[in-house]
Design a protein. Sequence first.
Length: 368
Amino acid sequence: MVVFDKSEIRNALSIENIFDLLQEWGGDPMYTDFGLLSATICHNTPGEGSKKLYFYENSKLFYCYTGCDSSFDIFELTIKVFDIQHNKKMDLNDAVRYIAARMGIAGRLEDAPDADKLVDWDILSNYDRIQNIELNNNKQIILKEYDNDILSRFNYSLKLTPWLNEDITQEVIDYASIGYYLGGDQITIPHFDAEGRLVGLRGRTMCQDEGERYGKYRPLRINNITYNHPLGMNLYGLNWAKNQIAIMKKAIVFESEKSVLKYMSLFGIENNIAVACCGSNLSIHQVQLLIETGAKEIIVAFDKQYQALNTKESKQWSNKLIKLHNKYKNDCVLSFLWDKGTLLRYKSSPIDEGKDIFLQLFKERILL
């Protein structure tokens, strides 16, 4: 039997993960000083109720200040949402297994704590229609495919000056079908799976105030359809990089889509081995995708999350990367791009400072 550590899973979820779940469930979340603010989907259907469901990032707990008038964690909210929105009954074990599988978090065999990590994909098959996930006969995850015709709604004649000014070439913008959605004042970023199927659409808002409230990146919503997908079940850019990854036996994992586009612009589309996990964590499913593609080494190139070395901030970030290494060290070789000085600005991607700086960081990457 596969078992999961509830506390470990809850602590592994980032605020971005919680935001994505609330967005999918119709909570219309926004970022706040304390965490997130959402509609009360804990006791209302989407579109009803007020924005009185608070998520506190420090405690990782929700508090509903209206109908529920109580606190609960993500697992209890999952139970409430599936009961209200889909008339599906879950117990706590179901909710824990569901969130673990949904985020690609591994469990272990109950009587073999040192056994290979396992993800309980079967739990997803009970809810595939709801969360845009299916399992084929080989237990492989198949994400819902959206109609490519939606891409024709976006403007591709505009020169996307903000991104062109950040060393992303027009050739790459066209290649990746990056467009502009006037209705939302957003740069549009199609997400494809490894086979090139359209599985999601994300928008990068150009409005600063909106970006601060709701997040810069979020799924596009057009005509009451939210073009979302579980980010932990896919890798942005793998459809373009998979052939070169198979040849080079290496894959570079950035946090954001924009970093992948920059890499292709600097090193050439034909030389691309870069993908994005769309966050600051790697799910076991994402690691498996890279291993199946042929990667022997996964090079983690996350944004710099410390302002100076030998600080509490840098030690916390170092510990997070060490945990990531320990999690997957039996599956593949993980190396890390780590700024030992002041090559990168705070919060910047390793590709942001140009080709020479990236190559230096790449050459000096750390193998644990």
